[in-house]
Design a protein around this ligand. Structure first.
Ligand code: SF4
Length: 368
């Protein structure tokens, strides 16, 4: 992966990724932080404050072309057009669900394809974004994981999922929440996701409050601790799915590296450092992980931790080796958790008819 301009510690002048014929593609302008863009344009002979204007057009007003940037001199707009494409992603197709969800099939400059989903829910409009094309984590119940990792996304490609969705009519003001629950493991793309979070929460960008953003991880405990130090204080969700290591080892290979106690220790640390309650996600797999004893063990493990549990009945996909449990057993599991003092909610996935529900992304629309 190429390094984004603001992903390394710097001293003095910012390190800039320069245009290069060997790049094989144009630079991604949304990889630049505001400061880096100011410095970059200054080095090209433009007034440094122009960088702030351009950055605001791109990230705050979601401009679709440099020509829209009417307060910029023509020479600057021409310079920008020669160097950059405005967007890192193009919308290939849009699929609409009966429940109002909208899935975007997006294509990067190298032809790589990813997906994001816009989900209305009452007054909330949540955008679910991807952090990688595919995923290396290999969770047994996930379609994205079945295809492996193709590559990590650049910062601009993460930011652009929000910018492109915000260009939908009326969406700029309406998108209320952002969740990193699409394709990929966000903490395995730490620098690019961190840079994207700083841009998405920037007051001149889309200006999401950190409490409106949730990053979901399969459980990279060391990176959770690092995120507590280095990222804006966003919400953390952890995909747990089993109350003991033997079962979790089978469902999620990452558990062999970061077993449950180590993972929950990192979650407690994150909650203390950020003041945020951690969300524990638990995909219910028929006959596998939702017996009353699983609920009681889970409750014991979470005892004293500021958290809530989201229960997600499995969303079957073609070739899946698990089934969705009955509604009755989902409710019974929820009740058992509540009886043992744990706040638990059943989360019904959106967009199941368009392959946009949890664990379904990365399906067949592009023939992958
Ligand atoms: S559940 Fe998340 S971390 Fe696991 S394979 Fe799927 S995308 Fe990757």
């Amino acid at each position: 992966m190429k390094t984004a301009p603001d992903s390394k510690p710097r001293a003095g002048k910012p390190m800039l990724r320069r245009p290069s014929a060997s790049d094989g593609r144009r630079l991604l302008i949304k990889d630049f932080s505001m400061d880096d863009l100011c410095a970059f344009l200054e080095q090209r002979g433009h007034e440094p404050y122009r960088g702030r204007q351009v950055w605001e057009w791109l990230h705050g007003k979601c401009a679709a072309s440099f020509d829209e940037m009417r307060n910029l001199p023509r020479a600057l707009r021409e310079d920008l057009s020669a160097l950059f494409a405005v967007d890192a992603l193009a919308v290939d197709r849009v699929l609409d669900s009966q429940d109002g969800s909208r899935k975007f099939l997006l294509r990067a400059a190298d032809g790589e394809t990813i997906q994001s989903v816009l989900m209305p829910d009452g007054r909330r409009l949540t955008l679910c974004v991807s952090s990688q094309a595919g995923c290396a984590m290999g969770c047994a119940f996930c379609l994205t994981g079945a295809g492996g990792l193709r590559r990590k996304l650049e910062t601009a490609e993460i930011v652009d999922q929000a910018v492109l969705a915000a260009r939908e009519p009326g969406a700029l003001e309406r998108i209320s929440n952002l969740v990193f629950m699409g394709m990929g493991e966000p903490l395995a793309n730490f620098d690019s996701v961190g840079a994207a979070l700083r841009m998405l929460t920037h007051e001149k960008g889309l200006a999401f409050a950190p409490r409106r953003i949730t990053v979901s991880t399969a459980g990279l405990a060391n990176r959770i601790r690092r995120a507590a130090r280095e990222w804006p204080p966003v919400n953390l969700a952890v995909s747990l799915n089993a109350p003991d290591d033997a079962l979790r080892d089978r469902l999620m290979p990452v558990n062999r590296k970061f077993p449950i106690e180590e993972l929950l220790g990192a979650c407690r640390h994150y909650a203390r450092a950020t003041g945020r309650q951690v969300t524990i996600e638990y995909v219910l797999l028929d006959g596998v992980n939702h017996a009353p004893r699983h609920a009681r063990t889970l409750a014991k493990r979470l005892d004293g931790m500021p958290c809530k549990v989201n229960l997600i009945p499995f969303n079957p996909f073609e070739g899946a080796s698990f089934k969705r449990p009955s509604d009755g057993s989902v409710l019974a599991f929820q009740e058992e958790l509540k009886r043992n003092g744990i706040e638990a909610f059943v989360r019904n996935s959106r967009g199941r008819d368009i392959g946009a529900a949890c664990g379904q992304l990365g399906g067949t629309p592009h023939g992958r």
